[in-house]
Design a protein around this ligand. Sequence first.
Ligand code: ADP
Ligand code: MG
Length: 628
Amino acid sequence: MTKGNINVSVENIFPLIKKFLYSDHEIFLRELISNATDATLKLKHLTNIGESKVEYGNPQIEVKVDKDAKKLHIIDQGLGMTADEVEKYINQVAFSGAEEFLDKYKDAAQDAGIIGHFGLGFYSAFMVADKVEIITKSHKDEAAAHWTCDGSPEYTLEEANKTDRGTEIILHIAEDSTEFLEDSRISELLLKYNKFMPVPIKFGTKTETLPKPEDAKEDDPAPTQEVENIINNPNPAWTKLPADLEEDDYKNFYRELYPMQFEEPLFNIHLNVDYPFNLTGILYFPKMSADMQIQKDKIQLYQNQVFVTDNVEGIVPEFLTMLRGVIDSPDIPLNVSRSYLQADGAVKKISSYITRKVADKLKSLFNNNREDFEAKWDDIKIVIEYGMLSEEKFFEKADAFALYPTVDGTYYTYEELFNKIKAKQTDKDDKLVILYASDKDAQHSYIEAAKVKGYEVLLLDSPIVSHLIQKLETTKENISFARVDGDHIDNLIKKEDTAISKLSEDEKKSLDELLKEVVPSEKFMVQLEAMDSDASPFMITQPEFMRRMKEMQQTGGGGMFGMGNMPEMYNLVVNTNSELVSEILNTKTRKKQERLINQSLDLARLSQGLLKGQELTNFIKRSYDMIK
Ligand code: ADP
Ligand code: MG
């Protein structure tokens, strides 16, 4: 037997480790299983290239809890270690790794910036155990070794009589860590970190129902048997080649990742690069609900099939954090803060690769099956519009697939829309005017009025649309967006024939005076317009500019114009060619004129959803009186 002192300069490193890594004790299991996996895959490689003569077989990793003896065992059938190798890899490598780690992170570990996943390795066993044993038999023809260490720099190393190849790690679980002696806790950790590791992991048994024997009676219970419980899928879909997967494989994998999700994903994107960095993965577009926050943190990050985190902020561009799925890359540095991550060159490349890949996929979906893409547009537009706003590269690419639906359900690309309306919808400066509605029901009368004139009206109803159109107006040449109930379309669009006014100049003047006396001037700017005689007599509009600024303030991005409290100001457009307006002018008594104006004004407000409370009650009462 050998006794020795581990060569570390820190007198007793273990309490320090415990303290620094306090919140993340559970990662010890992931580290030990990663080591067991490495040892197994190394042996596979050695047997493949003929360097090891042993039979590789079907190795497994087994996790066993011995609650009574307060021990946790992790057993592998990998390449094992000779006594010399234990000296070298455990006493020197593992421990020096830990020391180096501490040196590096003594200060940083307290700063919340550290994401808490670092490859501390074998050493992390001491976060939960006050004594650790290694019993290991190398694939080489040498005696097994037994190493024991109680958490001080002292260890013992002696011969053991283990005969089968591989390594068993035994943790004597400390008093403050007995949670790791609970089956349920271990199961939970295995499912969290090891669900897709490449070597089968066995934990306990499960009950399997067998078919009933021929002669069984109707209500005899079906026989059962206890079978090994393998907790992982060693060959998850993302590790395979896209060419080897069918649509159903992707859907099944989605279910495996999110067993509680009943909704099918809309489509998937298989990521697969090995140069200039290594990255594989599958991203899914789920059906989006209006609540984007809830959907965050659903993409899982793996390193070589080991779960690392489901917080991919900084790695995946923000607008794609609403997606689900897996990315796996050994090239993402994990032991650094988030702000560092965002500045890291390799990570930036990964992020822009993902953006490009998503854009390419959307483009090919659009080209291959436009009808299907249009049908899904409502569910994916939030992500796409958000991406167009936040990533310049994505904005450029999105021209090929971003859709602009009309109120009647025709979907145009920007180019198609442009060609469709360029002949008809221009303003006095020859700028293209893109009319849109944000709510089909609330703006119904305005939409109809525009359609009667043969204009195209888009339906743009996502919450960030005011930002998006602002962006389009500044990037595309010579266009402006106008909501149908904004400034009146007759003022917006250059018309070849201006309607002739039925009223004389004198009549117009007295109408104007009358209206200004009755209509409250602090709320409405009265505008007289000679429109078609069957257009609405009174119409309320809100200047596009003012409304949009308000919306942008509400959805963030406000403040920049310094308009904290813009007044509620509307236009009241009065159609001087309507019969009602002539009637108001020709009504003899002043009282009756006022009543007609107020009634008309209220109707106009009603159609904009602006009539509420006491005013609405008064309006209804007045209406009944009038029809009595
Ligand atoms: P790392 O895994 O990053 O190399 P660790 O501290 O986890 O660092 O492990 C140190 C070394 O100990 C490993 O590189 C390996 O050589 C050896 N080792 C650890 N666990 C096992 C095991 N189960 N079987 C064989 N060798 C192991
Ligand atoms: Mg390791």
